[in-house]
Design a protein around this ligand. Sequence first.
Ligand code: ZN
Length: 430
Amino acid sequence: MREVAREEADLILENASELLTLEGGTKKPLIGKRSRDLGLVKDGSIAISRGRVVAVGTTAKIRERFESRKIIDANKKVVMPGFVDPHTHLVFAGSREDEFEMRLEGTSYMEILLKDGGILKTVRETRKASKERLLEGCRKTLNVMLEHGTTTVEAKSGYGLTTESELKCLEVMRLANEEHPVEIVPTFLGAHAVPTEYKNNTDGYVNLITNEMIPEVAARRLAEFCDVFCEEGVFDVEQSRRILTQGKRYGLMPKVHADEMTALGGAELAAEMQAISAEHLLFASESGLKAMAEEGVIAVLLPGASFALMMQRHMNVKKMMENGVPVALGTDFNPSCWVESQQMIIAIACHQMRMTPSEAIVATTMNAAHAIKRAQELGSLEPGKRADVLVLNVPGHRFLGYRFGVNLVDKVIKDGRIVVDGGRVLQREW
Ligand SMILES: [Zn+2]
């Protein structure tokens, strides 16, 4: 038999005990029975060229078709797509470990907020901070995220709450995105809280957001999405609707922090606005979830937040799945929920919400990519997609969630380049 010339690939990764391709979810998020569909290939391999996936299959099949000067032996470990974190508050100054202790001793989150603590404390510090200082904080966070396998992250503004400082935070995201391998997808969240100077004048602040902030953010192309904290005592449904409508007019797709502390109707609003996602949803009503399913709104669940706030209540993820709501998981990284690791979120989701490891993997890859409009490029390992790949120090995917509190990442490949090896960021790579 004639030897067929093999194609040259930039990089081949082979001998994975399990290659999780997550294939088949690019057009639509994985829901229902498919929400645990990992596209698993035993003894898997992947060929990469020019930063993109060229082919996936068994090691034998890939060897038949490709050759490369750079072959990495995955050594019977799990290989999967990089985690996508669809909900973070990346840019802020300071920390709130003192309030953590107060909350442990019985003060509630809302009580702290009403005494100008919580978000408002972080706002004061973020307003004062220089761009350089904020960027330095971002770098540290992004390195930790990358070491824990997150290759793309959505980031919300919302600790400035003046036009100037909201723009400053979004500009910091742009700078971080230019220099760091982790891709940052920016969201404008001027409606994160009502700043002290607008106390008892929420409508006045909503006017500032709609008349000044949104047009300015859009003109400078600093965000893709517009989000709002729709919550009792923050922005009500009508105010949230005004903000999201104006955002849409300026090309910013709606997202909603919905029904986190009370059943205010945030899920219903997300459906009505045809938002790309509704986030938190701890108290979402069944009719709200049904409306979300009809409109294809993705539920971005943040079990780290309810864990950090010690809420003793969990999202009813089974009900969401039964109703056909696509489910994604995010960290909600912020000063009251300081967690960079999607592995930790998977562990909490499994233990507290009874998601299976497979469901949690889908929710942190393919469905998370949908929640930030990146499904064409990310979330699965299929030909043509960006080569964002993890090698985990475990022999099977069920170790995710099961083995927790340590970093399971061995290698991270971002756009075809190795950026983490032995669980450590290789700074020289950028
Ligand atoms: Zn949030």
